[in-house]
Design a protein around this ligand. Structure first.
Ligand SMILES: [Zn+2]
Length: 412
């Protein structure tokens, strides 16, 4: 009885201390609203945005500081030395926390850990770890779900990118459901090749389950892409990449994915994956409402330049400019730049406004996955905010707030 009583007291104390912490989080931030440069103060309480007040001016300290919703990245393979796809049992719950905190520092407040083509056992195990890790209350709900990229992609060199051929396979619904269960039903996007045998059935079923179907790493002809979109495919994953270097000028997967207005696109805007002209054309065709800035960032992000051996045994080269090359196939091996860089880069190459760039790096992503509590600055929304400066098209994060709590501040 005594045991139960003291347990009861501890729970009460825990709740009270929790409330105390929430009270401390009540705060107000000031900045220039990213949509129209107007000075605002934003009241935050209980982890949510309460009120947005227009104010006359900002204090000297926050004079050139913008405020925007936290960035949302739908393709994160790892970060800060932590890989989500490691085969050697390196992924841990602590590692997930480390990666999440490092992402906060660059302004990413929500993301989808992404597992790429691998053996069934490794995918199963890593999804189990991710599912356990995302429950960590210390992450403040920053993990919205997971992205499975592969293994149901094209085996063709070039289209396959850096995905290991030995693990590429045909869509297998039974296998997918095992992975889905292991993920705690948290897989919210699957990138697959629609030209693989059995892909159409899988697209139909995924779509029925409310999972976002993305087309990627494929060499599908126009009619197959149209059929995939008819069956519910919604987005092309990193358009212009996961594609062979030499393609047919008329019959290639780019035109048909660009020409169908129903399909959104994600693009890697790190300055290496696409030429400025490609980004410009993609943006002109799809517009800011149907474009998403993604990173495809790997765990090499933030490491010193040099040659590295990947967990899969491939040799890659990280250049001083932050490019990751995979010399064996003369393709890029993911990216080392978070979407924060993409926000500035897309403004620079397309001339789009900060408002549109943030829309593509936050609002659109939230809408795609039905994350109704984030991606905008509105009362009642989760208080995931970034404060930053923009200089020479470079976004410099000054402060990151997640669920009302300041998790990063310049100089920390
Ligand atoms: Zn890819």
């Amino acid at each position: 009885m005594k045991g139960i009583f003291s347990a009861y007291i501890s729970i009460v104390l825990l709740i009270l201390s929790g409330c105390g912490q929430k009270m401390k989080n009540d705060t107000t931030v000031e900045g220039l609203l990213y949509t129209d440069d107007s000075p605002v103060s934003i009241e935050i309480a209980d982890g949510k945005i309460q009120k947005i007040n227009k104010i006359k001016g900002l204090t000297a300290e926050s004079k050139r500081i913008y405020v925007a919703p936290g960035l949302i990245d739908n393709q994160v393979n790892g970060f800060a030395g932590v890989s989500f796809s490691f085969s050697g049992g390196d992924l841990t719950i602590e590692g997930l926390e480390k990666a999440t905190k490092a992402l906060w520092e660059v302004g990413v407040t929500t993301y989808l850990p992404t597992l790429t083509t691998n053996s069934h056992e490794i995918l199963l195990r890593n999804f189990e770890i991710l599912a356990e890790g995302m429950k960590n209350p210390g992450l403040h709900g920053s993990i919205a779900g997971f992205h499975l990229e592969g293994p149901y992609i094209s085996p063709e060199d070039g289209y396959r990118g850096a995905h290991p051929l030995r693990y590429v396979r045909k869509p297998d619904w039974e296998e997918f459901m095992e992975l889905y269960e292991a993920s705690g039903k948290n897989i919210i996007q699957v990138t697959l090749a629609p030209d693989m045998e059995g892909a159409m059935e899988m697209i139909t079923r995924l779509h029925e389950m409310g999972i976002v179907v993305a087309l990627g790493h494929h060499n599908a002809p126009a009619e197959v892409i149209t059929e995939a979109i008819n069956k519910g495919a919604r987005i092309a994953t990193h358009l212009g990449n996961g594609c062979a270097n030499m393609i047919h000028r008329h019959n290639n997967p780019l035109w048909s994915q660009l020409s169908d207005d129903r399909l959104m696109i994600s693009i890697i805007c790190d300055g290496f994956h696409l030429n400025p002209e490609e980004i410009r054309v993609f943006y002109k065709v799809k517009g800011p409402g149907k474009t998403i800035i993604t990173s495809d960032v790997t765990h090499f992000a933030g490491l010193p330049a040099g040659e590295y051996t990947t967990p899969k045994g491939d040799t890659i080269e990280l250049t001083p400019e932050g490019m990751i090359r995979y010399p064996a196939q003369n393709v890029l091996y993911g990216s080392a730049s978070p979407i924060t860089k993409g926000v500035g880069h897309i403004m620079q190459v397309t001339g789009c406004s900060l408002k549109q760039a943030i829309r593509m790096a936050s609002t659109n992503v939230a809408l795609l996955y039905g994350l109704q509590d984030r991606g905008k600055i509105k009362s009642g929304m989760k208080a995931d905010l970034i404060l930053f400066t923009v200089e020479d098209f470079k976004i410099k994060i000054a402060k990151t707030i997640v669920e009302g709590e300041v998790v990063y501040k310049t100089g920390d």
